[in-house]
Design a protein around this ligand. Structure first.
Ligand code: APR
Length: 239
């Protein structure tokens, strides 16, 4: 079955008011990655890390899905079972915009993880260091975020989807972080048509067959309307 496999990054949530990471005023200009996005940083100062994600969880809860999130949800609904959304984002704007079965390869703000027994449960809006795990009672809760140096989630499923893709689209991601930045090469290898939708060319922009430049609320909506106006081609038509 031909699939449309979509990877999203922080740029798809930018117009919902959630800052990206590598913009000049982005998150990594305000915080040191090693302090707030590594297990070493969490071990060094759990309160600072928990509070960093409490602030991001609150910001995401106050944000609303934008036209790009909604356009992808419409595509997913109309091509039932053929559209896979993989996101590097930890907000839930895809789901609140109507998408289903989103693969959060870098984790999710709304999930908490027990370091002791690996149980997951819906995170409180405000977590505290040493929160007890509801399953094993250990004071070992942490944000369920994949930090640098940790294995992203759902990688096997993602590569299975890429093997079946007739179209691979990357939306609002700078192509700086692997393995996500390598998905376009894998999509090419398996014969998919590749398209990048972004304000500018990403670090792997040269590997895409097609580019649609502009804000996601415009270029994603236009792209989806064009797809809906014609059936998804069988894989060999994009060769
Ligand atoms: N519309 C489309 N693209 C946009 C918009 C917009 N309105 N605003 C910004 N962008 C693009 C930028 O041009 C950039 O290419 O979104 C991208 C954001 O890049 P990053 O800030 O690097 O975010 P992302 O690619 O998602 O980062 C990947 O890095 O730090 C880790 O785990 C973190 O998931 C994150 C990963």
């Amino acid at each position: 079955m031909s699939k449309i496999v979509i990877l999203t990054g922080a740029g798809i949530s930018a117009e919902s008011g959630i800052e990206t990471f590598r913009a000049e005023d982005g998150l990594w200009a305000q915080h040191r990655v090693e302090d707030v996005a590594t297990s070493e940083g969490f071990a060094r100062d759990p309160a600072m890390v928990v509070n960093f994600y409490n602030a991001r969880r609150k910001q995401a809860a106050n944000a609303t899905p934008n036209a790009a999130h909604k356009a992808l949800a419409k595509l997913q609904q109309l091509y039932a079972g053929q559209v896979v959304i993989i996101t590097q984002n930890v907000d839930d704007l895809h789901e609140r915009g109507g998408s289903r079965d989103v693969l959060h390869m870098h984790g999710a703000l709304n999930s908490a993880l027990c370091v002791a027994c690996e149980h997951r449960w819906p995170a409180a809006m405000t977590m505290a260091p040493g929160d007890a795990c509801p399953k094993c009672s250990a004071p070992a809760a942490r944000p369920d975020i994949v930090w640098f140096g940790e294995m992203p989630y759902d990688i096997d499923a993602i590569f299975d989807h890429l093997a079946q893709a007739s179209i691979f689209a990357a939306i609002g991601t700078s192509g700086n972080v692997y393995p996500a930045a390598g998905f376009v090469a894998e999509a090419h290898r398996t014969g998919a048509h590749t398209v990048e939708l972004n304000l500018e060319r990403s670090a792997v922009g040269g590997q895409f067959a097609e580019h649609r430049t502009g804000p996601a609320t415009r270029v994603v909506s236009e792209w989806v309307e064009e797809l809906l106006a014609k059936p998804v081609q069988p894989r060999d038509s994009f060769k």
